[in-house]
Design a protein around this ligand. Structure first.
Ligand code: FNR
Length: 191
């Protein structure tokens, strides 16, 4: 069974991106994936520093890296902060991208050659598009294959029902289409 990790770039109570991540996880499962929800608040990750990496590589950074390394693919659902990705998310990616053990200088075992998909919910009318452009570039840099489908939920404060479902049919069907493609591509690349 194809395994997919789902990371929300916001851990805010009532986060629209966490709601979108839950919806997407359900669609990934409907398309046959085994989903692991990654709660970034569960990992004690200091801001990345070379000194820390060399002297006291955080146990939780290693745990996050090992968790991601065990997956076939990755879905990131993240808000846009000031036109880019939140520091919480970038810091987690930076730690998990670092070599550990005897991997050598360019490790990327958590990411390289795996499929990824990206989604964003934002209270702006642009739906976090600039953040997703940066996120796509970051994931490509760490040698993931980011599928072309992506989901934007603009005006997110008006986009969700009380039960967490999406009000509009178009983003809901895009979530499903993106989930289906991610499961398929992650499975092919993992084979
Ligand atoms: C934002 N927000 C935001 N929205 C956007 O569309 N473009 C942006 O550049 C920013 N910048 C930004 C910076 C910071 C520091 C914060 C805290 C927020 C607003 C953002 O879309 C809104 O807070 C969302 O509700 C955040 O997502 P969650 O937490 O609901 O998932």
């Amino acid at each position: 069974m194809t395994s997919i990790a789902v990371i929300a770039g916001s851990t805010r109570e009532g986060s629209y991106n966490r709601a979108l991540a839950r919806l997407a996880a359900a669609r990934l499962e409907a398309h046959g994936a085994a989903v692991t929800m990654v709660d970034l608040d569960a990992f004690d990750l200091p801001i990345y520093s070379d000194h820390l990496e060399k002297t006291a590589f955080p146990a939780d950074a290693l745990a996050l890296k090992e968790l991601l390394a065990a997956q076939d693919g990755l879905l990131i659902v993240s808000p846009e902060y000031n036109g880019s990705v939140p520091a919480l998310l970038k810091n987690a990616i930076d730690w998990a991208s670092r070599p550990t053990g005897d991997e050598g200088l360019v490790a990327l075992t958590a990411f390289r050659g795996k499929a990824a998909a990206i989604m964003s919910a934002s209270i702006s009318p642009f739906g976090g598009l600039r953040g997703l452009m940066h996120l796509r570039q970051i994931l490509t840099t760490i040698q993931m294959l980011v599928i072309p489908e992506q989901v934007l939920v603009p005006l997110a404060h008006a986009g969700f029902e009380e039960d967490g479902s999406l009000k509009e049919a178009l983003p809901a069907s895009l979530v499903d289409m993106t989930a289906a493609r991610l499961v398929k591509v992650a499975g092919v690349l993992a084979a």
